[in-house]
Design a binder for this molecule. Structure first.
Ligand SMILES: Cc1cc2nc3c(=O)[nH]c(=O)nc-3n(C[C@H](O)[C@H](O)[C@H](O)COP(=O)(O)OP(=O)(O)OC[C@H]3O[C@@H](n4cnc5c(N)ncnc54)[C@H](O)[C@@H]3O)c2cc1C
Length: 571
């Protein structure tokens, strides 16, 4: 019994491939690993090797044909064997039914957008100047549109003012302080080093100021009119800002979110910090309880811990960071615990009271913890002031429902960023802003689901893209998985940062990369190689065959790709 050769799936976005040319003829003997045809996708061209040995008995498709992934396109078997009909290919391979070439969906034609003949103040008014809104405004202006950006606070939004940037400035100070404390490991003796928390916060503020000033200048350079005030979309094409009315052909909602709160039974006068308030902290607390072991809770926990605060994290789920690969979250939990952070999982914080000069938090397991500062980091909720009256379609959690081109249920209203709930990351908001602007003013009709990497700035640093091992298994895939430890990487050793690993999850048949998970030094930089390879539909085999400079941390990524293909060398 022979085997059907299938159109491979080389990347997460690949749905079909074009057979550029056959490299073997019917009747040729094929050894495992022989290149048998060349495939072209919208991103790459690649010679595909055989998973099977035998005689190439039949091609079902010709050169130039476009065929859906997983479709049987040729048959390899024993000489003289009867070739099953192509319709049987799907059953034999266990894949979906074999489609015909004709069934590949045609692309919709570009439909130019028509102006509706009404004189509006602006082609587009964007409400919210975060990384979604300001990027969308600039892109739309680059496409020649007249743009207003309405912002109730400071341009840059949560990300620049209260989120990504200030926390990463604190993270950098925490890392620097840790390095100073471990300087002796590198043969450097430092005496009298002190942490000046006020200076740490001042540095953070000046970075924020520099970046938000830069965004304001970029908006000006692109002729975007920034209107400061609270914008309310009162009806289609009409936004009120204080006593002014702004009319616009399109409106874009990019109003982001605000910290959520779930703590109940909080005695009056007990200050509960959220991350917004934490950014204004003037005195480093000796003890802190962080309610929530998600990304923000863990990032802030690691920063405070590095500065010397005794931190306890209270998480209602069985693990911290439940969204990341299980191996990664387990290693981080170990590292945080051995670094002095007390992690309490599967418990809730049920009541908060004053307790002498401190605050007492009662947990669901009956214990009571005391601390100087309580931070609630339990996620964020939609800031819907700008559109709550409009009746736009929303999910049960309150997120605005949008299509792939970021259109809401009202034709002229687009929504991007955190309010869509698609991904609560700054770079995702920016990408959505670009897609929406190009839809409105660039004639764009299609948007692929982009690969969005995520980085978590904890000690150890984490970065990932694509599926976790569990997500792949839950989909019925039996993936090939390889973990390459930084302890086997020379550069990591020179940095004394040998904890962590690169984990690659890939498809067992075509070595399609399904997910890459890094925990360890420079994870947030290294992940982009994986994003680029996956976006261009490169396989683990190809990525592993790419020469990486020595000594570099990136060699660990190459070794993990090799481990998923022809075998890692250095382990
Ligand atoms: C502590 C913390 C750390 C984070 N770290 C990271 C990180 O490292 N990497 C990452 O990718 N993401 C991080 N995030 C998430 C990131 O900040 C958000 O995903 C991102 O800012 C969302 O962008 P946005 O444009 O949708 O909304 P926002 O950035 O929230 O911007 C919305 C803007 O709209 C304005 N606005 C709201 N309503 C109105 C109105 N009615 N009129 C006028 N203006 C209005 C607000 O003032 C705000 O400026 C972090 C978040 C937090 C809280």
């Amino acid at each position: 019994m022979g085997n059907f050769v299938q159109m491979p799936k080389l990347g997460m976005t690949m749905t079909e491939g074009k057979i550029v040319r056959w490299l073997k003829r019917e009747g040729d003997f094929i050894a495992k690993g022989d290149y048998i045809f060349e495939v072209e996708t919208d991103k790459t061209t690649l010679e595909v090797d055989s998973l099977y040995e035998g005689v190439l008995l039949r091609w079902f498709y010709g050169e130039g044909d476009t065929v859906l992934c997983d479709t049987g396109i040729a048959y390899i078997g024993a000489a003289g064997e009867a070739v099953p009909e192509i319709a049987a290919a799907a059953g034999a391979s266990g894949q979906a039914a074999t489609p015909s070439v004709e069934s590949v969906a045609p692309q919709p034609a570009v439909q130019p957008l028509q102006a509706d003949g009404i004189a509006y103040d602006y082609d587009l008014a964007v409400i919210g100047g975060g990384p979604g809104g300001y990027v969308a405004a600039i892109r739309a202006a680059q496409l020649g549109a007249k743009i207003a950006l309405i912002e109730k606070g400071t341009v840059g939004g949560t990300c620049l003012n209260r989120g990504c940037i200030p926390t990463k400035a604190l993270y950098a100070s925490a890392k620097q302080w840790t390095k100073v404390k471990h300087a002796a490991d590198f043969g450097i003796r430092i005496t009298g080093a002190e942490l000046d928390f006020a200076a740490v916060m001042k540095r953070k503020d000046s970075i924020v100021k520099q970046l938000t000033g830069g965004v304001a200048r970029l908006l000006k350079k692109n002729n975007v009119d920034v209107i400061y005030g609270t914008g309310i979309l009162v009806k289609e094409h009409e936004i009120s800002v204080g006593d002014k009315t702004v009319t616009c052909r399109y409106a874009m909602l990019a109003t982001g979110g605000k910290p959520a709160s779930i703590l109940k039974n909080v005695e009056d006068d007990v200050p509960i910090y959220d991350t917004d308030k934490l950014m204004g902290l003037s005195v480093l607390p000796k003890t802190a309880i962080i309610v929530g072991g998600g990304i923000i809770g863990c990032e802030v926990g690691c920063i405070l811990n590095a500065f010397g605060t005794k931190v306890t994290i209270v998480e209602m789920l069985p693990t911290i960071l439940p969204m990341v690969d299980a191996d990664v979250s387990a290693l981080l939990a170990d590292r945080m615990t051995s670094g002095g952070i007390d992690i309490r999982t599967s418990v809730t914080a049920d009541a908060v009271k004053k307790s002498g000069g401190l605050y007492g938090v009662s947990l669901s397991d009956g214990s009571v913890l005391e601390c100087e500062l309580i931070l609630e980091a339990v996620g964020r909720k939609v800031d819907d002031q700008a559109f709550e009256a409009l009746g736009l379609k929303r999910s049960l959690k309150g997120f605005l429902i949008v299509d792939k081109l970021m259109r809401t249920s009202l034709d002229s209203v687009y929504a991007i960023g955190d309010i869509t709930g698609i991904s609560q990351l700054a770079h995702a908001a920016s990408e959505q802003g670009v897609v929406a602007a190009e839809r409105m003013f660039g004639g764009r009709t299609e948007a692929d689901e982009p690969l969005i990497p995520a980085c978590i700035f904890t000690d150890l640093e984490i970065a990932y893209v694509g599926q976790t091992e569990k997500q792949a298994r839950d989909k019925g895939i039996n993936p090939r998985v390889f973990k390459f430890p930084f302890s086997a990487n020379g550069k990591a050793l020179t940095l004394s940062e040998t904890e962590g690993f690169v984990k690659v999850v890939c498809d067992d048949r075509f070595s399609e990369i399904l997910g890459v998970h890094i925990i360890g030094p420079e994870a947030s930089t290294m992940i982009h190689e994986a994003v680029a390879v996956m976006s261009l539909e490169g396989t683990a085999k190809l990525a592993g065959a790419t020469v990486h400079a020595h000594p570099s941390l990136s060699e660990a990524l190459m070794e993990a790709f090799l481990g998923c293909s022809k075998g890692a060398i250095h382990i």
